[in-house]
Design a protein around this ligand. Structure first.
Ligand SMILES: NC(=O)C1=CN([C@@H]2O[C@H](COP(=O)(O)OP(=O)(O)OC[C@H]3O[C@@H](n4cnc5c(N)ncnc54)[C@H](OP(=O)(O)O)[C@@H]3O)[C@@H](O)[C@H]2O)C=CC1
Ligand SMILES: Nc1nc2c(ncn2[C@@H]2O[C@H](COP(=O)(O)O)[C@@H](O)[C@H]2O)c(=O)[nH]1
Length: 322
């Protein structure tokens, strides 16, 4: 099979049927809610926090709160419910997470989305957690990952997952490929294509997005939603620590499996980088939406579905994002 990554694919334009890109609808139905764009900021501690999650929900974007302040999750869900906003959190697979799901059930609070977020998601531990959540909270939309193969998509969907999250090792602060020799780094888009062929439910493409055009490419190869870390980190609203160097303001972006997250150097598969601080996250999201409207017009349609059927060329790597 041909293998390729984002920078080796160009989508081929089809005849435009709109008079203005404003006519192109970038919205996506995901679970019981419809969102402005098929983009979700990564559920990482330097990308999202509770105030940003609330603002994203208010403005019609999808978010997934990270799982690294476990004791705050129930209060967060209660707060979102009290505001009439959807709640979307992450869990792991360790025994205390089962206690949390029980606590959530007995609280009577509504949690719209739960993402099971571990490094190697094609695992019996994940299958068990999917089944437990679906048994205890049948109305909750369960996203499970991260995975890399069609077999994993089938196994997690068959276990009851409502969506899967694909991408092992393509992230900007990921060192899984170096430390273990495994993953989809360098062929993430081809992995999305392979997994997309097996998926019968929505799939999230996670990691490796370096340009706004990569969102359209993910959609072309079967993603319903795209998770983005580095491109959405280091904004005014981003929780990463601010650092000034040579008069330039940077923000930290570190991996969820880095020593900075874990507090120790054990099974580390992530690193920390500094990214120059940019403006408001919401300006970037608006620009992503406008670029996606352009993508839809190049696809010859009026909505995201048009992108799914366009032709494409696999080419030598031509674009480095600069
Ligand atoms: N998308 C990606 O490519 C990756 C993402 N991450 C992110 O890092 C965070 C931490 O993930 P994770 O370390 O899984 O979380 P946890 O430590 O909470 O859970 C993982 C559980 O699975 C066990 N496990 C078995 N094999 C592996 C493996 N290869 N890697 C990790 N755990 C394994 C662990 O046990 P034990 O620790 O004893 O082995 C642990 O009990 C998550 O947010 C995850 O998304 C991390 C790496 C890759
Ligand atoms: N291998 C690792 N992957 C990680 C780690 N922390 C997060 N991630 C994954 O990266 C994406 C974001 O990728 P980006 O290219 O958009 O920056 C994120 O959603 C996770 O799946 C880690 O420590 N190691």
């Amino acid at each position: 099979m041909t293998t390729f990554d984002y920078d080796q694919v160009q989508l081929i334009p089809a005849k435009c049927i709109v008079k203005s890109r404003n006519e192109c609808d970038t919205s996506v139905q995901f679970g019981k809610h419809r969102f402005k764009i098929p983009v979700v900021p990564a559920n990482m501690q330097t990308v999202i926090n509770e105030p940003l999650a609330e603002e994203l929900a208010r403005q019609g974007y999808f978010y997934i709160m990270h799982r690294f302040n476990p004791e705050q999750r129930l209060d967060f869900i209660k707060h979102m419910n009290a505001q009439g906003l959807y709640a979307s959190i992450s869990v792991g697979v360790k025994p205390e997470e089962y206690d949390f799901i029980r606590e959530l059930k007995f609280s009577g609070e509504r949690c719209d989305y739960i993402t099971i977020d571990i490094a190697h998601g094609h695992a019996q531990t994940v299958i068990d957690m999917i089944q437990f959540i679906k048994q205890e909270l049948p109305e909750t939309f369960v996203i499970a990952g991260n995975i890399a193969t069609p077999e994993a998509v089938r196994d997690l969907e068959n276990a009851g997952a409502d969506a899967t999250k694909v991408g092992v090792g393509p992230g900007r602060v990921c060192i899984t490929k170096i430390k273990t020799g495994f993953g989809t780094a360098g062929w993430q888009l081809a992995a999305i294509r392979l997994c997309g062929k097996a998926a019968r439910k929505p799939m999230i493409a996670d990691g490796g997005i370096r340009t706004h055009g990569d969102i359209a490419k993910s959609i072309r190869f079967g993603a319903s939603m795209v998770m983005i870390g580095s491109l959405l980190a280091a904004h005014e609203e981003s929780p990463g620590a601010e650092i000034e160097e040579g008069g330039v303001l940077y923000k930290e972006y570190f991996g969820s499996a880095s020593e900075f997250q874990k507090g120790e150097y054990k099974n580390v598969e992530g690193k920390k980088i500094l990214i120059e601080s940019r403006g408001s996250l919401f300006d970037t999201l608006t620009e992503m939406q406008e670029d996606l409207q352009s993508s839809i017009s190049y696809a010859g349609g009026k909505d995201l579905a048009a992108i799914r059927t366009v032709d494409y060329k696999v080419i030598p790597s031509i674009y480095n994002g600069d």
